[in-house]
Write a protein that binds this ligand. Structure first.
Ligand SMILES: [Cu+2]
Length: 281
């Protein structure tokens, strides 16, 4: 990217960090119908269960293949459950559950009891190893993505992730993806949702955005939650930071007809070259 674009991205990231909000972001970026400031990436990347004294403590490491209610607690630095969160995209906590093959994906929103215990009803799950990621922002504290490994007992049947493709189908929708990999691991992603050959231009806001994209790196299950920075003429634009080379599962949640749908893509990130983006940490 050129210096001007780099400064623009830096400005947008700064705007997110300092909470300047949509006004400053809109000044720095191109005009858009639904401009949204990129939030800084949460720390922890969904791999570690402990960061900055905060811990993701599951009630069990074993999930039931038939589904059921899963409980956990986010413990603070003094060992007590965290009770005060700053909502991100209308929710205090985003819960992502994927299997190691990246062929099962759920993005759910648990509820919190007064004592800080979280509960979420899980659907039936095929046997295998799973990673749960809790993405949350502690009030007056850090924005974290903590992960924990879980398993579902039973006969595990390995399933390979699909080969990379620019088209995905779900619930009668066809979703096409264009990607543009830049230096430092930045990837511009454009998604178009169609049905019966017509581009859908009336996607509904879902949790404060016109779509949510989660990227999981195959192998280590490093997590990136990316929000759109633009929705224009039926195209949802994302700006993702995929700083490891290799294969990713991309999971795109969008809302249409009052129903949330999830399209899945496989994306191969090439060798990451050039200067890292300024918001790396
Ligand atoms: Cu969420």
């Amino acid at each position: 990217m050129n210096t001007c674009q780099r400064l623009s991205v830096f400005g947008i990231v700064l705007a997110g960090i300092f909470g300047i909000g949509i006004g400053a972001g809109a000044m720095l970026g191109p005009p858009a119908s639904a401009k949204e400031v990129m939030a800084p990436a949460p720390m922890g990347e969904g791999v570690v269960s402990t960061k900055d004294g905060y811990r993701f403590v599951p009630a069990t490491g074993q999930l039931d293949a038939a589904g059921g209610t899963f409980h956990f607690v986010i413990e603070g630095p003094r060992g007590a459950p965290v009770l005060d969160f700053t909502p991100e995209h209308e929710k205090d906590l985003h819960f992502i559950l994927v299997n190691r093959d990246l062929t099962v994906f759920h993005h759910l929103h648990p509820t919190r009891a007064a004592n800080g215990r979280w509960s979420i009803d899980l659907p039936a799950l095929p046997p295998g190893s799973y990673r749960a990621v809790a993405d949350f922002h502690v009030a007056h504290g850090p924005h974290l993505a903590l992960g924990t490994d879980l398993s579902v007992a039973g006969d595990y049947i390995p399933t390979a992730l699909a080969e990379p493709d620019t088209t995905s189908r779900v619930d009668g929708y066809e979703i096409t993806m264009q990607t543009d990999a830049r230096e430092g691991g930045e990837v511009k992603i454009a998604l178009i949702v169609s049905k019966d050959g017509h581009v859908i231009t009336d996607l509904q806001p879902y949790l404060g955005a016109f779509g949510h994209l989660v990227a999981m790196h195959s192998g280590d299950l490093v997590y990136a939650h990316v929000h759109p920075d633009d929705y224009l003429d039926g195209t949802v634009h994302f700006d993702a930071e995929l700083s490891s080379e290799g294969r990713y599962g991309l999971f795109f949640d969008f809302k249409h007809g009052d129903i949330v749908h999830t399209a899945t893509f496989t994306f191969d990130q090439g060798l990451v070259t050039g200067a890292p983006m300024m918001n790396d940490h």
